[in-house]
Design a protein around this ligand. Structure first.
Ligand code: NAD
Length: 485
């Protein structure tokens, strides 16, 4: 069994008598590693290291910082299979999908390395004669990157790469369910020429370690991806010293399927958007509204697909449709929502049960529920699992109203061939992202950000880089009569 150590100021810290957290393989329930529960002193040491390192890191030209990022990307690229296996094991992601995620990490780091020459300010016209106003984009300082379990590798990139290119230093705090990938990354950081303290990795519970980061006055920004409940707590904790928070939180993505959609493609896209990564993606298709005319055909085709969907061990059975859910709590949460929907009048078409392999693992059967009503819990609360609830509607107005009537506002989608309907949907669906005639999945160069209780701030692209910087405006008066000698 692997045992990892905190990575602070360029060094691994012996575990000593720190409490250890066991990391469980969700497919087999075996303990795969132990990681330390950082103490408040450890958090302070990591913050101090990042704070000191940031002073000189910010002075290095961005193009040189990009060189360090490229070195890290190269090291990750040389170890992709290690990262993929680590993620399949601790997260339960099918190995093929874990390999995809591992591949995104160096690509994402390189994407932000490429931003080195794109950090720009502005020169603004002054109200006064003989004055220039310069607006600079400056690094924000120390960033706490608090991560969820569902993309433990990719999120390393999201929390670290834009911060580093901007001139910030980071403390990464992965989820206690999936810390191993971040520690494998720390080993590569230790091997690289990156100055000590620029990237630190610590582990422990959100309520202790995450909270200690958020309340620390030397932490200028908390970039957190996770649930809305935790985001709310972080916002309150960071309020004490008015730290910037960028929160990527939960979602309840509506899918609107119009009568005139291309049926087969739509069924495939919606199926993929629901079941990929075991249904554990923040932008997963979480509630499906199908127009009445096409509903019987859509449901018949979707039923066939979901009945043929399988669950299996993510490494031994890579052709399964899904692997396990992350933990028992999540498996029970999914079942609770399914049973409450059935009790409230939804029709179970297939699935609907917790499952296991040889009595082990937190699996859930691929599930289809129809006759769902908009107000049911399964249509309002984030499922985060392989369960597709379907409801029908008559008019576009009704579908848009239902889509918007939700505390979450991360992603949404519509399937139609009518451009007027597309345009109305894009203008009237109030979500951070809207996909038209395609599955839910964002691009590095976009801007992944939720509205309402799905978060504030955002990630990716140039706007994502902006989140990791602050603005300084300098007013410079000059003498027009000045003469050089
Ligand atoms: P979580 O909120 O339980 O944990 C996320 C992280 O926050 C963990 O590292 C945790 O330790 C930490 N944390 C928890 N309480 C904290 C506190 N009081 N102070 C500081 N840190 C704290 O979320 P999860 O279960 O790991 O992840 C699943 C959730 O993440 C889902 O709701 C999903 O929609 C969301 N998510 C959102 C996006 C997005 O881009 N919007 C992407 C992936 C996942």
């Amino acid at each position: 069994m692997k045992r990892y150590e905190l990575f602070i100021n360029g060094k691994f810290i012996p575990n000593g008598d720190r409490k250890m957290i066991q990391v469980i393989n969700p497919a087999t329930e075996e303990v795969v590693s132990e990681v330390p529960q950082a103490t408040e002193e450890d958090v302070q040491a990591a913050v101090d290291a990042a704070y000191e390192a940031q002073k000189s890191w910010a002075r290095i030209p961005a193009i040189q910082r990009a060189g360090y990022l490229k070195e890290l990307a190269q090291l990750v690229s040389e170890n992709l299979e290690l990262f993929a296996q680590t993620t399949a094991e601790e997260n339960g992601k099918l190995i093929g999908q874990a390999r995809d995620e591992a591949g995104w990490l160096p690509e994402y780091i390189n994407y932000y390395a490429g931003m080195a020459r794109h950090i720009k300010g502005e020169i603004i016209t002054s109200d006064r004669p003989n004055e220039n106003i310069f607006l600079y984009k400056r690094p924000i300082g120390v960033v706490a990157g608090i991560m969820p379990w569902n993309f433990p590798l990719f999120l390393i990139g999201r929390k670290m790469a834009p911060a580093l290119i901007a001139g910030d230093t980071v403390i990464l705090k992965p989820s206690s369910d999936t810390p191993n990938g971040a520690y494998e990354f720390a080993k590569l950081v230790a091997r690289s020429s990156l100055p000590a303290g620029v990237i630190n990795v610590i582990t422990g519970s959100g309520s202790v370690v995450g909270n200690a980061l958020a309340v620390n006055p030397k932490v200028a920004m908390v970039s957190m991806t996770g649930s809305t409940d935790s985001g709310r707590k972080i916002m309150k904790a960071a309020a004490d010293h008015i730290a910037k928070v960028s929160l990527e939180l939960g979602g309840k993505a509506p899918v609107i399927v119009m009568d005139d959609c291309k049926l087969d493609e739509t069924v495939q896209h919606v199926f993929n958007s629901r079941f990929i990564y075991n249904g554990q993606v923040c932008n997963c298709a979480e509630r499906i509204y199908v127009q009445e005319g096409i509903a019987p055909a859509f449901i018949a085709k979707m039923t066939e697909k979901i009945k043929n969907a399988t669950y299996g061990d993510p490494i031994k059975n890579p052709d399964a449709t899904i692997g396990p859910q992350i933990n028992k709590k999540q498996q029970e949460h999914i079942d609770d929502l399914v049973q409450s929907a059935i009790k409230d009048g939804a029709t179970l078409v297939c699935g609907g049960k917790k499952a296991s392999l040889n009595g082990k693992g937190f699996f859930y059967e691929p599930t289809l529920l129809v006759d769902c009503r908009h107000e049911m819990r399964v249509m309002q609360e984030e499922i985060f699992g392989p369960v597709m609830p379907i409801s029908t509607f008559k008019t576009l107005d009704e579908a848009i109203e239902k889509a918007n009537d939700c505390i979450y506002g991360l992603t949404s989608s519509i399937y139609t061939q009518n451009t007027d309907v597309m345009m109305r949907a894009m203008n009237e669906i109030h979500f951070g992202e809207t996909y038209v005639n395609r599955e839910h999945f964002e691009a590095f160069q976009g801007f992944h950000a939720g509205v309402r209780q799905s978060g504030n701030g955002g990630d990716d692209g140039e706007h994502g880089l902006d989140e990791f910087m602050e603005t300084q405006v300098c007013y410079v008066a000059y003498d027009t009569k000045a003469q050089g000698k």
